[in-house]
Ligand binder design. Structure first.
Ligand code: UDX
Length: 428
């Protein structure tokens, strides 16, 4: 099949490479010439494991085409995916301006061969109906199209694996023909297919991210109880999670959830709820606990620090990505700077992005040991694998004081105690 993907972020580029790898002809439309040139040369721009290799392979095979030009791509395509961002506005509402602009651009280039316009961007319930209205307004009379919603559930850091092994593929549309075409496109995926209406598909995505955020905030809330009572949150949640109705996955307490999805999607669902006159206090509490998780961790540092020199390991919002959007590291660094700490940081992938925010206000180290050298304590904010089996004896010699604040509970407290560390983790 021939398809077009508008947008080349985590969702757009990963989907494009995976669909091309299955033998489809894929056009990817961007709006920045420099970025399109980089993509044409095999540079994925973002860091995502395996993506560069998949991009290079499919460019070489001639199945991936990057362009700024809608006209070149749309009229050849059976399916057009919208994968542009829907960032939060100050009031939490999702900013849909890019989605609507792209819908207009697509509309103006539709022809008389049938095209499915399918939204993969996370958009509030009712948005795709507006997309349909926009397309009707701007498309020519002879244009043949149907609108669908195909939400994406990939996680950054394992995006290719998640796309290939999705727990479910959701297709929402009122058009039988659109559903048939999308089923044909997804035929190589063994994932369970859920066929539904537009509104349900849109809501499935928000409900999924909201329950994930709820599980994390719930775990952090239990960690607060553990800190006040001397209980061990890991043991508590291990036992709770053994109940098959609950499960242990996505119940890791820590310094709070970040990233480009969970924080903004919880806020957007609250906003939608308010517009629909629904009591959103459960979701508001999820957001509030997430803030409290970051704040509690910061207070732990401010109360127990051993000096003003501090090392930070892990800046990305989770391991295996260079993405720092809504990363807890930003909150922690901003606040430590306000308290005049001298900060030295290390992250395997996210240093370039953090530098764009903090510039020369903090120091950047080329490895974990260099970051720790001569500082009064170490903070861990992202659970990169390379921190998990670090040489702790060497680390102890390098740090001026053997103190660790671990926001991701990556070490065994007993082991650290026996090695002579003062170890602060979450809920233990
Ligand atoms: C999320 C959803 O998982 C994915 O399905 C959706 O398509 C996009 O949003 P992503 O943001 O890439 O994916 O990362 P995810 O693995 O969900 O982690 C989000 C945040 O939650 C990270 O900051 C992570 O550190 C945190 N987290 C996750 C916890 O604090 N505890 C956990 O148990 C799990």
């Amino acid at each position: 099949m021939t398809l077009t993907i508008v947008g080349h972020g985590y969702v757009g580029l990963v989907s494009a490479c995976v669909f091309a790898d299955f033998g489809n002809e894929v056009y990817v439309i961007g709006r920045n010439k420099e970025k399109i040139n980089r993509l044409k040369n095999g540079d994925p721009i973002i860091f995502e494991p395996g993506l560069k290799e998949l991009l290079e392979k499919n460019l070489k095979a001639g199945r991936l085409h990057f362009t700024l030009d809608y006209q070149e791509a749309i009229h050849k395509s059976e399916v057009v995916f919208i994968t542009v961002g829907t960032p939060p506005k100050d009031n939490g509402e999702a900013d849909l301006s890019s989605v609507f602009q792209v819908a207009e651009n697509i509309a103006k280039n539709l022809s008389n061969h049938f095209t499915v316009v399918s939204c993969k961007s996370t958009v509030p319930v009712g948005t795709n109906q507006k997309v349909e209205e926009i397309i009707k307004k701007y498309a020519s009379k002879k244009a043949q199209f149907a609108v669908a919603s195909c939400p994406e559930f990939l996680r950054e850091g394992s995006a290719i694996f998640d796309t290939l092994n999705a727990d479910r593929i959701v297709i929402g549309s009122s058009s039988k023909k659109a559903i048939e075409i999308l089923l044909k496109l997804h035929q190589p995926f063994s994932s369970k297919k859920i066929i539904t209406d537009l509104a349900s598909a849109e809501l499935i995505k928000y409900a999924s991210n909201a329950i994930l955020a709820t599980k994390i905030s719930f775990s952090n809330l239990i960690a607060f109880y553990c800190e006040k009572t001397g209980a061990d949150v890991e043991k508590v949640l291990d036992a709770v999670g053994l109940d098959k109705r609950i499960g242990r996955i996505f119940m890791n307490p820590g310094v709070g959830y970040g990233g480009s999805c969970l924080p903004k999607d919880v806020l957007a669902l609250i906003d939608t709820g308010k517009k629909l006159n629904i009591d959103t206090s459960l979701l508001e509490a999820v957001d509030k606990v997430n803030y409290q998780a970051k704040k509690n961790f910061l207070e732990k540092i401010l109360k127990n620090h051993q000096g003003k020199k501090i090392a930070i390991w892990g800046l990305s919002f989770k391991p295996n990505t260079d993405d720092i959007r809504f990363a807890p590291s930003i909150f922690i660094i901003e606040n430590l700077l306000k308290h005049d700490f001298k900060i030295k940081v290390f992250d395997p992938e996210a240093m370039r992005n953090i530098k764009k925010i903090f510039g020369e206000k903090i120091e950047y180290a080329s490895n974990p040991y260099e970051a720790a050298k001569g500082t009064d304590q170490l903070i861990i904010l992202t659970e990169w694998n390379e921190f998990k089996q670090i040489d702790l004896k060497k680390l102890k010699k390098i740090l001026k004081k053997p103190v660790i604040f671990d926001g991701r509970n990556i070490y065994d407290p007993l082991l650290l105690k026996n090695l002579g560390f003062k170890y602060f983790s979450v809920g233990r």
